[in-house]
Ligand binder design. Structure first.
Ligand code: BGC
Length: 258
């Protein structure tokens, strides 16, 4: 746990996930969070209004006054959700920035959750040597309920890539290789690792990244499956763990709304 006084460069990062809604104040200069993230279970059903209600209580508990960044698990254009793959259908076309902004008089920025995690890893984590104008082509992947991706070239994000939905094995790639599928089907590390390998091979064929950052909670177990990933690109486990989404969401407050 790293203490950092909230100041001009601090922002509240909120990560809306399938199982939990996480929030904490982030020092956007050092990339550290103020304390252990506050986690609330995602309501069921996770309608926009139900999630808004949770975020309202979080804001009261944290008593934060300053910019707010939100990571959302779907396509975000101009602060509006444009897809809802693993969340309630009511999110489609929901004006997230406007409705969450109405809870507070602070600036609210929203971005895709994998884009947020990727930004954090690029700035402060596993890919920090690739930030900036001379940075290589980097693919960030998050393996969880679904597969999230963030794509960078020379330190710049190409947002909303949604490469978790390319076709693999006759269906949606995330329905074949997400971490949740390992649990659902009781796959061994080698069985799941082989699926992840197929997925990364397709990503390499399409995108030719120099570096792949492997994120999501399952990256803690990277040693159990790294042997199955036979890629041209270097694959590094993410370094910021579950905090990447919060840190990246906070960093979004320094960017124009995507
Ligand atoms: C969504 C992505 C998201 C990923 C990880 C996918 O199902 O389409 O937008 O980044 O899950 O949450």
């Amino acid at each position: 746990m790293t203490e950092s006084a909230p100041g001009a460069h601090a922002a509240l990062g909120i990560d809306i996930g399938g199982t939990g809604i996480k929030a904490e104040v982030v020092d956007c200069v050092s990339g550290t969070i103020r304390g252990a993230a506050i986690i609330r279970p995602t309501p069921n059903p996770a309608t926009p209004d139900a999630v808004l209600g949770i975020v309202a209580t979080l804001l009261r508990d944290i008593s934060w006054s300053g910019p707010i960044g939100i990571g959302y698990p779907g396509v975000v254009k101009n602060g509006i959700a444009r897809s809802a793959a693993n969340v309630d259908d009511g999110w489609k076309n929901f004006p997230i920035a406007e409705r969450f902004g109405a809870l507070t008089d602070q600036t609210v920025r929203v971005m895709n959750d994998a884009d947020a995690a990727g930004l954090a890893e690029l700035r402060f984590g596993a890919a920090r040597d690739q930030a900036g104008d001379s940075g290589a082509t980097v693919l960030m992947t998050t393996f969880g309920t679904g597969i999230g991706t963030a794509f960078f070239h020379r330190g710049r994000l190409f947002p909303n890539t949604e490469f978790g939905h390319v076709e693999l094995n006759g269906g949606d790639a995330e329905d074949y290789a997400a971490a949740s599928i390992k649990t659902k089907l009781g796959l061994s590390w080698s069985e799941w690792g082989a699926r992840v390998h197929e997925y990364l091979a397709m990503m390499e064929m399409l995108l030719s990244p120099e570096l792949i950052v492997f994120g999501g909670g399952v990256s803690e177990n990277f040693d159990h499956f790294k042997a199955y990933l036979d890629t041209r690109a270097e694959v590094r486990p993410a370094q910021l763990g579950n905090d990447a989404g919060i840190i990246g969401a906070a960093l979004a407050t320094d960017l124009p709304q995507l």
